[in-house]
Write a protein that binds this ligand. Sequence first.
Ligand code: HEC
Ligand code: HEC
Ligand code: HEC
Ligand code: HEC
Length: 345
Amino acid sequence: MMIDWKKTKTTLMRGAAVCVLGIAMSALTARADSILNYEPHKVIPDEKAKCEQCHENAVLAWEESTHKKTYDELHLRDEAKAVLTRLGKKGSIRRNKECVQCHYTQTATEAGGRPKTVMGVSCQRCHGGAVDWLDVHQDTEGIPDRAERKAKAASLGQRLTDDIYTLAMNCFQCHTVPKEELVNKGEHPAGSDFELVAWSQGEVRHNFLNDDPKARAEQDTNHEASAEEKQIFYVVGKALDLEFALRGLASATTEGTYLTAMGERAQKAYDALKELGGMDSVLSQVPMDGGKVKVASGNKAEYEAAADGIRKVAKTIESNQAKFSTALSAAASKLPSAYHGEVYE
Ligand code: HEC
Ligand code: HEC
Ligand code: HEC
Ligand code: HEC
């Protein structure tokens, strides 16, 4: 079944429902710092069958992505076994408690129940486990007002595109790899060389709903984010990068590859934000040492306080663009010209 887009009367304006933001964020703070930013018992196991009823193209795009394909082949790779061996672990990466946090999607029949690995990095890892929000989300007849429906779904854990901080936070939780032992002992990469525009507008892109109602009804064009949106993505992405690098530094207990990598990541994000200008409300919170971002182990409280402070500011960039206009306009000249992976057409 395809949804009749012409029947949804309200326009698909981004950022229209500011109240949605508040609700989504308060629902989030309780579990925000955990890497496992989802609970397996909130994940519906038959995701593809459900979502494709109305988002067929998004599903097709996802099926071409590394996030999907990794499920079929990562566990067979020698590197995966090598990381586990270095950590002194046996078994498959698909069943390892730590690895599954970032590499897969799990589902469980009840809270605390035995989780089962069912997919790669799926819709619900980014948009939130759908058990609670799916019914409301698709109830276009019961709740005809779109803003109201979205606010309700957000309060039940759906992560929407109006709130790019909350949606993109997922990326950084996985792509920063704030796990000391995994990096130092397992020799796992200390995160990806991640920039939000380049990494979201390539193979991850699945943007079929926006623009005029006619195009929406057909859902046949995978739109690139607009220039303005990309500028927001860029600035929010750099703030998130800095926040999560500091969260990484917070958990460092010793010298080593991990500490160095998180320090370099923090410095790079700091420099990028400084270059944009107008980001003092973020930069002033970073622990410094002789003009550089402080890189030290055993400093949990200081780094966490800084990361929390940066989060508070970073969450407001999209809803308060006037305040960040210097950085947002400077971002125009920083946007990448090439994207990560092939766009689904
Ligand atoms: C019965 C139809 C239906 C099903 C099933 C459905 N959706 Fe949607 N979805 C919609 C409609 C309609 C919209 C447009 C926004 C609105 O009117 O609520 C939408 C919009 C969205 C959005 C964008 C919302 C925003 O504004 O940021 C996301 C994300 C989304 N759906 C995710 C999913 C996922 C993930 C699934 C599967 C678990 C799913 N949807 C299943 C109908 C559906
Ligand atoms: C905090 C999130 C996180 C955890 C936990 C995690 N990984 Fe990863 N892993 C990643 C990310 C992100 C990448 C991609 C890095 C990149 O862009 O190069 C990756 C890449 C890999 C790769 C390399 C793939 C390649 O193309 O070279 C292997 C192998 C791997 N992980 C194995 C593991 C194993 C085994 C575990 C558990 C012991 C684990 N990972 C735990 C996030 C994580
Ligand atoms: C649950 C953890 C998780 C989340 C959330 C996540 N990723 Fe990933 N992503 C990974 C892992 C792990 C890999 C590497 C898989 C592999 O190499 O097999 C990866 C791979 C990718 C790739 C392909 C990289 C390549 O080298 O080909 C892109 C692009 C990407 N992610 C972008 C994003 C973006 C953008 C977001 C947020 C909107 C995001 N990811 C959210 C875990 C995650
Ligand atoms: C790696 C994280 C990630 C995964 C996996 C993911 N999404 Fe999204 N999704 C996003 C981001 C980020 C956006 C916002 C993109 C933008 O605004 O340009 C988005 C936007 C959307 C939208 C609104 C797009 C529009 O046309 O306005 C829908 C609908 C949606 N996703 C559904 C899905 C479905 C269904 C799946 C699974 C098949 C899925 N997403 C998988 C991160 C993800």
